[in-house]
Design a protein around this ligand. Structure first.
Ligand code: 13P
Ligand code: SF4
Length: 303
């Protein structure tokens, strides 16, 4: 089958089987083309919850599919490639979180959405990179235990100096690959380009950026900007999508190392096989886990 034939078959099957396909912006162009909705992790959570279909396929990583299941427990939710996890989401255990909570009993626990559903059962508030500053800013608590990403946590803390933060020593292994030296080198090579970065980058990178935001925020900023050149400090699929959307502008990767192997695992064949009942994984969660994790996830959605 050609790519076009495979895409046509996927589109036919998703209608026949009443499946809404959600694709994170880090997915390949050929996958975005068969999706009903694309976006960042916040947007996809809302779209998953609001979809009228009985079935949802999350083309992204496991925590995104889990969040979707918690928000839509009566829908069947599928992850097309079961090996697609997020190393950041899986780097902290529930036991570790309980220990940290014991050490900081008077702190409210805020988790980045990039956490397992089990961790979310222990948290007060869930945030995404696009909503973290707004949501933590609205919380009545002044003491925040932020897990697992200290980079996003520091970005939020800088914007909310009135609050006190404790961080877990985790983070994204992909965004960790870029540092100040890399930024200075990229700016030297492209002196007229604006630097747009994800808040999962180290603070030394964030501090040198012209814009800091979630994947959708970075894309919107570049599309609307009058500038003609941009250095992109997030997964390199965004460089490709922006170049596709804005052929008259130039986009440069901050580093060739900004490549998330997990996000790139998902293929059109995984989607086709899942729709045909020959692959993928249906996300099944305990009723109790859904109930407990929905507290912080619903707080995030209700905003
Ligand atoms: P967004 O919230 O920007 O979608 O980020 C998710 C992610 O995993 C970034 O690495
Ligand atoms: Fe997880 Fe980082 Fe990949 Fe995002 S880019 S899915 S945070 S490993």
């Amino acid at each position: 089958m050609t790519v076009k034939e495979l895409q046509d078959e996927i589109i036919r099957l998703k209608k026949e089987k009443d499946v809404c396909i959600l694709a994170h912006a880090y997915q390949k162009q050929s996958i975005l083309e068969v999706a009903d909705y694309t976006g960042d992790s916040f947007g996809l959570s809302v779209q998953g919850r609001d979809a009228k279909n009985n079935n949802i396929m999350m083309c992204g990583v496991r925590f995104m599919a889990e969040t979707c299941k918690v928000l839509s427990p009566n829908k069947r939710v599928y992850l097309p490639n079961p090996a697609a996890g997020c190393p950041m989401a899986e780097q902290m255990s529930v036991e570790e979180l309980r220990e940290l909570k014991k050490k900081h009993p008077d702190y409210a626990v805020v988790c980045y959405i990039n956490t397992t559903v089990d961790l979310k059962t222990e948290c007060d508030m869930c945030v995404t990179s696009s909503s973290a500053v707004r949501l933590v800013g609205k919380m009545k608590e002044d003491k925040i235990l932020f897990i697992p990403d200290p980079n996003l946590g520091s970005f939020v803390a800088d914007k909310l100096p009135e609050k006190e933060f404790v961080f877990y020593n985790g983070g994204c292994p992909v965004h960790y690959m870029v540092d100040e030296e890399k930024v200075l080198q990229a700016k030297k090579e492209h002196p007229n380009a604006l630097l747009l970065v994800h808040p999962e980058c180290k603070s030394e990178v964030v501090g040198l950026a012209d814009y800091v935001g979630a994947t959708t925020g970075i894309m919107d900023y570049a599309i609307k900007s009058d500038a003609k050149e941009f250095i992109i400090g997030t997964e390199n699929s965004i460089v490709e999508h922006l170049q596709f959307d804005c052929p008259e502008k130039k986009f440069y990767p901050l580093s060739v190392k900004l490549s998330c192997a997990n996000m790139r695992l998902v293929t059109l064949y995984d989607i086709y096989n899942t729709l045909s009942g020959k692959g993928g994984e249906e996300i099944i969660l305990d009723k109790d886990v859904i109930e407990k994790s929905s507290v912080c996830i619903n707080r995030m959605i209700e905003g």
